[in-house]
Design a protein around this ligand. Structure first.
Ligand SMILES: NC(=O)c1ccc[n+]([C@@H]2O[C@H](COP(=O)([O-])OP(=O)(O)OC[C@H]3O[C@@H](n4cnc5c(N)ncnc54)[C@H](OP(=O)(O)O)[C@@H]3O)[C@@H](O)[C@H]2O)c1
Length: 285
């Protein structure tokens, strides 16, 4: 798997495998094991996905050397404070059966993420976390966060897909020497992504699938997609993107698909944020 280098020198694979919504633990373990056999080395989970144990079991069963893997997990909202962050981190570490994680992210820009980050920086300095990240931070929050923190996070993971391209966020992250990671890079199948005529035409030209075109587009934009498939054939397809190149014209055609709007839910009102936070406290992290 090709790699990029984060702002602290840590190597990160160019594609990640995500396990969001894999709540059947046996199925999750099987899928992660299959993904590792297929060639993925970056596995992305979260305390809130409630499947870290299954990911840990798959890692153990794979027999792959720890240093060849890149494992990320995330601190949930209820643990996002100086007092609770370390306990949240150690619970994740134990469930994963690891003694360090490659990337640890603050999952949502809510609660006391300043305090939590302070605790995570201490874990980073102890070597328990190889790289720190934020997640779902928009530029305005990130600007404030960067202004008041000496240790810069290495990544920001945000929604990004051909219909919501986030050029402004990408530019801001690049300016700040932070790596952009894209969640739901295939828009989780929404917005009829696999039926899009432009993507289908480009796919047919390269004799590739629409998913491969989208994932290649990410690669050429130097954004790391975190993609999920529970299907071994599609899992394999999704990393076979290094043997062709999209032309500038094709990149522009995909660029034109941007709507500037999320394919999911914008949390842009007090009511939506309050609803989300109330739900977030129900997670068993
Ligand atoms: N940090 C955050 O806040 C956040 C939020 C959302 C997601 N994420 C991360 O992003 C990861 C991926 O997100 P996601 O699962 O929502 O969306 P996604 O990866 O964009 O799409 C997954 C969907 O596309 C299908 N699919 C995958 N490859 C395909 C292919 N080659 N051809 C046709 N269909 C294909 C999958 O079905 P099959 O399984 O049947 O192939 C699944 O239904 C998550 O697992 C998680 O790690 C993070």
């Amino acid at each position: 798997m090709k790699e990029l280098i984060l702002n602290n020198g840590i190597h990160i694979p160019c594609i990640g495998y995500g396990v969001f919504r894999m709540t059947d633990l046996d199925a999750c373990e099987k899928a992660v094991l299959q993904a590792l056999k297929t060639g993925y080395r970056f596995i992305d989970t979260a305390a809130a996905y409630e499947n870290e144990e299954a990911v840990g079991r798959a890692i153990k069963r794979s027999g792959i050397k720890r240093e060849e893997l890149f494992i990320s997990t995330k601190l949930w909202v209820s643990d996002t404070s100086y007092e609770k962050a370390k306990a949240g981190f150690y619970r994740s570490l134990e469930r994963l059966g690891l003694d360090y994680v490659d990337l640890y992210l603050i999952h949502q820009p809510y609660h006391d993420y300043y305090g939590a980050y302070k605790a995570l920086v201490e874990l980073y300095q102890e070597g328990k976390i190889k790289a720190l990240g934020v997640d779902n931070f928009k530029q305005d929050r990130l600007a404030d966060f960067l202004f008041f923190n000496d240790t810069k996070p290495a990544v920001n993971m945000i929604e990004c897909n051909p219909f919501y391209q986030r050029d402004d966020e990408k530019e801001y992250l690049e300016k700040n020497n932070m790596q952009m990671l894209a969640w739901s890079p295939l828009a989780a199948g929404k917005a009829s992504v696999f039926e899009n005529e432009i993507l289908k035409e480009i796919a047919s030209h390269h004799q590739k699938s629409v998913a491969q075109i989208v994932l290649r587009w990410f690669y050429q934009r130097q954004i790391i997609p975190i993609v999920k498939s529970a299907n071994p054939k599609r899992m394999k397809e999704n990393i076979e993107i290094f043997d062709f190149e999209l032309s500038n014209e094709e990149m522009k055609l995909i660029g034109n698909l941007d709507t500037g709007h999320t394919c999911f839910h914008e949390r842009d009102t007090a009511q939506k944020v309050n609803h989300f936070l109330e739900q977030s406290l129900k997670f068993k992290v």
